[in-house]
Design a protein around this ligand. Structure first.
Ligand code: PMP
Length: 454
């Protein structure tokens, strides 16, 4: 069978039998999915043999890069020893214990306990149930509202999608569920108008204060937010945002939930985004980089205040998943953390590759299409605009998708969120590879620009 016909057969079988996530099926079926066949380091290959620089680390998760034999070995060893057991009904196993201890050692101050899940969405479902249980245990069942942000992303389950602030998700199936409300996001480039970024950061944070007063602090259980919004378009809040949020929260007795599913495990150059922004979360949902995506796993890191109530006055917490703390996933996560530590990968991001990316990425701002080029850690975004001064977009709203196509065709995965291009490469990317990434991005911008002019 030729390579081409095998790709076509795979595409046909995929079309006939697979319903992929977040996909317009008609549009996909008209052209066929790209079949990815292998990965090594920061690169992936498709079934046609094209080598592609994975600027998204899979889905923000392959932090140590593809092809790490140590992770394969850790999984194989654990599969032979104990492929499955659960943490229900007063049992446990060594990988879960060791992993929880290891995570507690790198977590922000005052976080010592871990509730395991199978994904980021399950972590946020756990958050919703846990914060309500926490307040109910203390005789405050009415304290159940959770405030989140428009265009935030917290997963795709009913609770995850409700906590998230994605309008198109809410429109499918009557979401959000009750007792969840959303405030504006700190997206200066898109929504800052005539305010300076600093003014806008304060304004956006003050919306939390307004919302708490509107609902009544006695009814609000928690505020949940990503340190940097990922899926919303790598939205790095203005410098004034988190300090003002902290001031607002200090006025009320409300839990802070920091969704670290993307920022966790080194993405910002600190172990967690909370450490980068100096936040003291009560709960931290994590997933993705926990295993570098090699196996599905998530968790909620639980701060001392919540843990004390759960363990001393909570009774049974009627919540958990078959795969909570799955031993093979836990063994892989442990080995993944060992690699991150032994190879000093998080320090390397902070001291070397993140500053280098920041410098190189900023140079793209000279491109006629780019209205803003921003990064924090190894997260980056480019705003594609018609007019740099007014930040006006091109009509049609498909400039990002055009650019994404050019990227893929030139050998780069860069994701489009509307007309914002985003990257989140593996944390093992080197400075030379950052040069390659930025050159590929510029090539795609040139091709998009040429197309728009024509
Ligand atoms: N929270 C955040 C911040 C995320 O980025 C994601 C996934 N992109 C999730 C939660 C959901 O994670 P999962 O897809 O593993 O359910």
């Amino acid at each position: 069978m030729t390579q081409a016909s095998s790709t076509q057969n795979l595409q046909a079988d995929s079309r006939d039998h697979v319903l992929p996530p977040f996909t317009d099926y008609q549009a996909l079926n008209a052209k066929g999915a790209r079949v990815i066949t292998k990965g090594d380091g920061i690169y992936i290959w498709d079934s046609e043999g094209h080598k592609i620089l994975d600027g998204m680390a899979g889905l923000w998760c392959v932090n140590v890069g593809y092809g790490r034999q140590e992770l394969v070995d850790a999984a194989a060893k654990q599969m032979q020893e104990l492929p499955f057991y659960n943490l229900f009904f007063q049992t446990t196993h060594v990988p879960a214990i060791e992993l929880a201890k290891e995570i507690a050692s790198i977590a922000p101050e005052g976080m010592h306990k871990v509730f395991f899940t199978g994904s980021g969405s399950e972590s946020n479902d756990t958050v919703l149930r846990m914060v309500r249980h926490f307040w109910a245990c203390q005789g405050k069942p009415e304290k159940k509202w959770i405030i989140s942000r428009l265009n935030g992303y917290h997963g795709s389950t009913v609770a995850g999608a409700s906590l998230g602030g994605m309008k198109p998700m809410h429109e499918q199936g009557d979401l959000p569920i009750p007792y969840i409300d959303h405030i504006p996001q700190p997206y200066w480039f898109g929504e800052g108008g005539n305010m300076t970024p600093d003014e806008f950061g304060v304004w956006a944070a003050e919306q939390l204060d307004k919302k708490i007063q509107e609902i009544g602090a006695d009814n609000v259980a928690a505020f949940i937010a990503e340190p940097i919004q990922g899926a919303g378009g790598v939205i790095i809040p203005p410098a004034t945002y988190w300090p003002t949020i902290k001031k607002v929260l200090a006025k009320y007795d409300i839990l802070l939930v920091v969704d670290e599913v993307i920022c966790g495990f080194g993405r910002t150059g600190e172990w967690f985004g909370s450490q980068y922004f100096d936040l003291k979360p009560d709960l931290m949902p994590v997933a993705k980089g926990m295993t570098s995506g090699y196996l599905p796993m998530g968790a909620v890191l639980v701060g001392d205040r919540v843990a004390k109530v759960l363990t001393e006055q909570g009774g049974e917490f009627y919540h958990g998943f078959t795969y909570s703390g799955h031993p093979v996933a836990a063994a892989v996560a442990l080995e993944n953390l060992r690699i991150l530590k032994n190879e000093h990968i998080v320090t390397q991001v902070k001291e070397k590759t993140a500053p280098y990316l920041q410098k190189k990425w900023a140079e793209l701002a000279d491109h006629p299409l780019v209205g803003e080029a921003r990064t924090t850690g190894l997260l980056g975004a480019l705003e594609l605009v018609k007019d740099k001064q007014s930040r006006e977009r091109f009509p049609g709203g498909n400039t990002g998708m055009r650019c994404r196509e050019h990227c893929f065709n030139n050998g780069l995965v860069m994701r489009a969120v509307g007309d914002t291009m985003i990257i989140s490469p593996p944390l093992v990317i080197t400075c030379e590879q950052i040069d390659e990434l930025v050159a590929l991005a510029r090539k795609a911008l040139d091709a998009t620009w040429a197309e728009l002019k024509a």
